[in-house]
Each structure stands twice: as structure tokens, then as C-alpha cells.
Design a protein around this ligand. Structure first.
Ligand code: GTR
Length: 427
């Protein structure tokens, strides 16, 4: 008896640890059935583009808002551009650099974000741009000494010279390997980026900080509707409002991209805001491109427990109950239709479930077919480092770890050339 008393808790602990181990074995992926893309909640078969746009798309968007990401917190907030800083001889004279500060205002409270923009100086026309959030501050994407150092909260990372949650001069350029600015400019595109911590610092404080912080009353009233990912996505849309006013930017050709958690935010922003011409998910994984029902690598429970503030509160009800989710992530990709979409994985990034990211794209296909596009149908992953493109869809799986590399960027630049016609514009 005594022995049992001692062993039982140990056994439970052991079983608990086993349950928490991620699945990395394809044969252990459970059988699952995905929610039907092309049948409306009322049972109507979705037959064409207008059925999709008028009936099914709004239904699915609402479900992601209600059960996964929460709503945009910004519909009641005013925004205003408060500072425009322009350098016409940036990066040894090849670029124009702009730093735009945008204020969010609500009942006297304010928050602000800074948009860093590089444009190729040689282009007299409005320039198409790539656009995405960054992890450690705008000044970390390039060594350019003219970039303002963020004074907002930054996650500590001693390698990056960030101490006491504040960035230092030593962190300038330390994420430059993820942002090949000169290559992007040479290829005829501009680049815009925002530090994601301007919008919502990445820690759980029940939505008191960032742009949530100016909406405290709203938070109390609409607690279910808040999430970090929605705050990050909202910032992307507000920047798009600005791009529409900037004569130097071709706002009809903005390619939105994001890596990892910022890939999740890019997909959600692209779904909510159809002004983004192309949407690119780089290793976005669980809660991004990857199918939740596969439970391979990171699961809904694991992501909710480690990052309780990323998704809305209702998403936590689906811990270990992925099959009960009213959506799965192929439906998020389908919300991007008919616009070009690119999903990219990395071979060693099993935590993000490369196969789940790929299959999700395949399952978004029926929506793209409604618009008359060819789709990716092959259920087998393409060879590593070979891209598979069809119609509006692009996919590759790169060798190596969870990251965004220059090789990844080269694929995105080529993809944008094909879909936005950039090549013809080049001098
Ligand atoms: C991991 C998280 C992933 C991914 C990644 C990142 O810890 O489990 O979902 O978002 O962080 O953003 O770097």
C-alpha cells in the first residue's frame, strides 16, 4: 500500500510528461477530419466566387475572430501620423529612408508605433514593397546608424545587447542576416518594417500593455476578443492606411510577410485586410499555416500554455480538443484567396510541422479553384530546396533550422516578380 502511495504520483507525473512530449512521428498523427471549406454553416454548397466572397468567407473570418485570434482592437481608435523623418541619401546613397511615427489615440490615451521604410532611390515611380514585423526593434534589421533605437519594451536577449528590457546601441544590425535590405532594393522593391513590441509587448499581462493598454474599458467589456496576434495584425493594417497616402509607395503591390509568430500575425492580417497583394508565411507553424488537428510538433495546448496572450481566451478551450475547433488553418489560407499566397517551411523545424504547413496549403486549394486558378494538389512534400509553385500558390521547404534566410527571400522576390510584374518595371 505504502509503495503504491509513493508510486502513484510518480506514475502520474511520468504519464503527464509523456503526454506533453511533442509528436515527431508521422505514423502517430491522429486521424482527423477537416471542417468543410465549401459548405456554409447553413448547409449550402459554395459553388462560385460570389458564394465564397458573400457567404462563406465572412463566416470563416468571424470564426477565426471568435475562436482563435480575437477581433481587431482598433475599430474605435483614431490614428494619426505624428512624425515623418526622411533621409534621401541612406545606405551610401542608394536608398531613401523614412521613419514614420503613427499615434493611436483613444479617449485621451495614446500609444505609438514607428514604421521604418527603405525605398530604392533609382525608382521615380511608386515602388512595390515587402512589409513585415520585426522581433527586436527596427534598428536591428540593418547597421544603418540613422535608424532610431526603440525605447519600447524589448525581450531580454544578452546576445543582442538588450538589457532590462531596453535595447542598446550594441543591438544595432544584429538581426540584419534576416533582412537582406540591399538585395531587396536591387531587385526593385522597397521594404517596410515595424517592431512588433510597439503594438503589443510579447508577455502576458492580461492585455494591459501596448495598444491594448489604451482600450482598458473595452478590454473589460470584450475580454474574449483580445489577443497579441490581433494587435500585431492591426498595426500592419494601420501602416497600410499610411502607405495609401505615401506617393512613393505602390500600395496596390504590398507583399506582407512574417517569420514564426510574426508569420501567424501576417496571415491573420492578410485574411482581415484584403489590401495586401501577396501574403507570405515563413515557418509560421502552430496557429499559423500548420493544421492544428495533426498535433504534430507544437500543439494548441503547448502554444496556449507557453504564450497565453497570443490567442483569444476562447482558443484555450481547444487544448487537446483540436477536433472541436470550428476552423483549421487551411481555412485561414483560403481567406487569402484569390491573392497569391506563399508558405515556406524549414526541414529541421519539426516543431512548426512542415508537412502540416504544406498540407494546409493543399487543402486551401478548392477555394482558389473557385477563382479559376491552378492549385497545388500533390500531397507529398516537394524535394528540399526545390520550390513548388502552381497558380497563386507557392511553397518550399528549405534545408536547415527555423529561420528566414536570404535564400528564402530570393524565392519571395521571384514570386513577387511573377505575380506583381515587377520585372517589366526594372530599368
Ligand atoms: C516558439 C513558438 C512558435 C513560434 C516561435 C517564434 O517558441 O513555440 O510557435 O512562434 O516561438 O515565434 O519564434
Amino acid at each position: 500500500m505504502k509503495i503504491l502511495k509513493i508510486l502513484t504520483p510518480a506514475l502520474f507525473f511520468f504519464l503527464g510528461t509523456l503526454a506533453a512530449q511533442p509528436i515527431y512521428d508521422e505514423s502517430k498523427v491522429p486521424a482527423y477530419e477537416l471542417p468543410d471549406l465549401l459548405t456554409s454553416d447553413g448547409g449550402q454548397s459554395i459553388e462560385d466566387q460570389s458564394d465564397w466572397m458573400d457567404i462563406r468567407r465572412p463566416e470563416i473570418l468571424q470564426k477565426f475572430s471568435d475562436f482563435v485570434y480575437g477581433s481587431y482592437p482598433l475599430n474605435i481608435v483614431q490614428t494619426e501620423v505624428s512624425r515623418v523623418d526622411v533621409a534621401t541619401e541612406a545606405l551610401d546613397g542608394v536608398a531613401i529612408r523614412k521613419q514614420i511615427t503613427i499615434h493611436f489615440v483613444h479617449e485621451g490615451d495614446t500609444a505609438d508605433m514607428s514604421v521604418l521604410i527603405y525605398l530604392p532611390k533609382a525608382d521615380p515611380n511608386p515602388t512595390p514593397i515587402f512589409f513585415g514585423l520585426n522581433f527586436y526593434g527596427n534598428h536591428t534589421i540593418h547597421v544603418d546608424s540613422g535608424i532610431d533605437i526603440t525605447d519600447h519594451y524589448v525581450r531580454n536577449n544578452n546576445d543582442l545587447h538588450i538589457f532590462n528590457n531596453r535595447a542598446t546601441e550594441g543591438s544595432r544590425g544584429l538581426r540584419a542576416h534576416r533582412w537582406p535590405v540591399e538585395l531587396i532594393l536591387e531587385r526593385g522593391y522597397g521594404l517596410a518594417t515595424i517592431y512588433y513590441g510597439d503594438l503589443d509587448p510579447d508577455y502576458d499581462d492580461n492585455f494591459e500593455n501596448g495598444i491594448h493598454g489604451i482600450l482598458v474599458d473595452q478590454r473589460r467589456r470584450h475580454e474574449l476578443a483580445f489577443s497579441g496576434i490581433s494587435a500585431w495584425a492591426a498595426g500592419l493594417s494601420v501602416a497600410m492606411d499610411y502607405f495609401e497616402t505615401d506617393q512613393d509607395i505602390d500600395h496596390d503591390r504590398v507583399s506582407l510577410l512574417g517569420h514564426s509568430r510574426l508569420g501567424k500575425a501576417a496571415l491573420w492580417a492578410g485574411a482581415m485586410d484584403q489590401r495586401f497583394a501577396i501574403v507570405i508565411s515563413n515557418n509560421s507553424g502552430c496557429g499559423g499555416a500548420a493544421l492544428s488537428r495533426r498535433k504534430y510538433g507544437e500543439t494548441v495546448r503547448q502554444i496556449n500554455e507557453r504564450f497565453p496572450h497570443w490567442f483569444c481566451k476562447r482558443f484555450h478551450n481547444f487544448n487537446d480538443k483540436e477536433n472541436e475547433l470550428p476552423v483549421d488553418q487551411h481555412m485561414l489560407l483560403a481567406l487569402l484567396a484569390p491573392r497569391p499566397v506563399y508558405v515556406a517551411s524549414a526541414e529541421d523545424d519539426r516543431w512548426a510541422d512542415p508537412r502540416g504547413e504544406y498540407i494546409s496549403l493543399v487543402h486551401a486549394g478548392p477555394t482558389y479553384e473557385l477563382f479559376g486558378f491552378d492549385v497545388i494538389e500533390n500531397h507529398e512534400l516537394p524535394a528540399t530546396n526545390e520550390r513548388r509553385w502552381s497558380g497563386q500558390m507557392g511553397y518550399h521547404i528549405r534545408s536547415g533550422p527555423h529561420d528566414i534566410t536570404t535564400w528564402d527571400w530570393e524565392q519571395y522576390l521571384d514570386f513577387a516578380d511573377v505575380h506583381l510584374g515587377q520585372r517589366e518595371l526594372k530599368r
